[in-house]
Design a protein around this ligand. Structure first.
Ligand code: PLP
Length: 465
């Protein structure tokens, strides 16, 4: 069949815009969406992307403020990525992880351990972030069971943390709706109180707030018992919780406390990894810690294809080892170490290295954060404008909650809607709007993004006044 005939055939068989809208609305239960929405909600259909921009099915262009879901580091439309994915698919599209490995998996495993700090020298590949977190938690369980201390199994997590949607990862998620809508392994988790400095008592210094958060952790260890606590899991910055940046010194001090009590430290770098903070991983260069386990996904392939990884330290792996009969780590996925996913990750890393994207992020971060803070100063409805690296959050001033609580909670949606009209997408979370644009953003594009955000806030300020 000639190309022309094929195109005509495809075209004549292509569903209409109306069909697509109807089929998606009537048959697609979207993730994190109301079940009531099936049969009602119509989603924006994105058709193409280039750099930091997306185009919807009507041809309207948007800046992708959330960078996909905190993942499209190198931007859209990279032909090199498409080529690497196609080439690997032709060469070897799948290799059963039960029996085989592949060249991309071997090269990527070594590469990740070079990027990771300290003695994190062993990689277990997964299908995404949730399964990377599950793997980390199961590795810890496995280790303690092997060591003959099965009672050491509780994980310390934190209010507002997000660690994924699988059973174990969602058990560790400290968001109310995750806690109440599903059954969870409650006996495996203990939550520490919110660490958001924005919520600290008026007049309290950040140092005192950090002391208070350490005291929370010490109290939890005393209450639960160090002999029962296996690990602490922490995002370097709580992202889905609203870009909560911990007080200075927090991670170092919590890690020291964990190690004092023989508690492992799992750093969930699913969002903060792969350049978001100007480094491959934020743990060591930004927060001065070498965790026992790092989990990553998202930016690992810039979202072009699903892949995740759990990177384990030598000391954990050594303690997972047993006699030859009983040291099988029965954890894995049909798509573990998927050759196409690993090839995409390697090309993504190659692009980031060649274009010095880490250096670029380090150079533009002060400008990005400067414009973000200026918004906090300028708009009365913004209570807190916070962030780090190329992560930002605007939180509505809480005083609005007294009289107009509904409006307060609608802040994220309203700001997103106002900005969307002007060509900028944000990610609304109740009284907050967050953003994490592709890392290739230029200074001019940062201005374009914040100018629209300011125009959106002008509109909302008039409405909220
Ligand atoms: N961990 C963190 C910190 C995340 O932000 C996410 C997703 O947003 C996950 C884990 C889960 O990743 P995934 O959606 O790829 O399963």
């Amino acid at each position: 069949m000639s190309n022309t005939t094929l195109n005509q055939k495809t075209k004549s068989n292509s569903p209409s815009e109306e069909d697509l809208t109807r089929w998606d609305r009537d048959h697609h239960l979207h993730p994190w969406a109301g079940v009531e929405g099936v049969g009602k909600d119509e989603y924006m259909r994105v058709n193409t992307g280039e750099g930091i921009y997306l185009w919807d099915s009507t041809g309207k262009r948007y800046i992708d403020g959330p960078g996909g879901m905190w993942c499209v580091q190198i931007g859209y439309g990279r032909e090199e990525m498409a080529k690497a994915i196609a080439e690997q698919t032709m060469q070897m599209p799948y290799a059963s992880p039960w029996s085989f490995t592949s060249e991309p998996a071997a090269v990527l495993a070594r590469k990740l351990t070079e990027m990771a700090p300290g003695d994190l020298n062993t990689v277990h590949f997964t299908t995404g972030g949730s399964t990377a977190v599950d793997t980390a938690l199961r590795a810890v369980q496995f280790m303690n069971n092997r060591l003959g201390r099965p009672e050491k199994k509780i994980i310390l997590s934190r209010e507002k943390a997000y660690h994924g949607s699988t059973y174990l990862a969602s058990t560790m998620t400290g968001k109310e709706r995750f806690k109440t809508q599903f059954d969870k392994a409650d006996d495996l988790v203990h939550f520490l109180p919110d660490i958001n400095p924005y919520g600290r008592p008026k007049g309290m210094s950040l140092e005192d707030w950090c002391d208070a958060k350490l005291a929370d952790m010490e109290a939890a260890i005393a209450e639960v018992g160090a002999d029962k606590i296996a690990a602490f899991i922490a995002e370097p910055i709580l992202c889905s919780g609203g870009i909560i940046v911990p007080p200075p010194g927090y991670h170092k001090r919590t890690l020291d406390l964990c190690h004092k009590h023989d508690i492992l430290y799992i750093s969930d770098e699913v969002v903060t990894g792969f350049g978001r903070m100007g480094h491959w991983f934020a743990s060591e260069p930004v927060f001065d810690i070498v965790p026992d386990i790092i989990t990553c996904a998202k930016g690992l392939t810039s979202g072009y294809i699903p892949l995740g990884a759990c990177i384990l330290s030598d000391s954990v792996v050594d303690r997972m080892r047993g006699s030859s009969e009983n040291d099988t780590f029965y954890n894995g996925y049909t798509y573990s170490g998927h050759p196409v996913g690993c090839a995409a990750a390697l090309k993504n890393i190659e692009i980031m290295e060649r274009e010095d994207i880490l250096g670029h992020v380090q150079r533009i971060t002060p400008y990005f954060q400067g414009r973000l803070r200026a918004i906090g100063e300028k708009f009365d409805i913004v209570g807190d404008a916070r962030g780090m690296g190329l992560l930002g959050c605007l939180e509505c001033r809480p005083e609005l909650s007294d009289e107009t609580y509904a409006a307060h909670l609608q802040f994220g949606n309203k700001l997103d809607a106002a900005c969307e009209e002007m060509g900028l997408l944000l990610r609304p979370f109740g009284n907050m709007a967050v953003f994490s644009p592709p890392l290739i953003m230029t200074e001019a594009q940062i201005d374009e993004m914040f100018d629209i955000m300011e125009a959106g806030l002008e509109k909302l300020s008039a409405e909220y006044a």
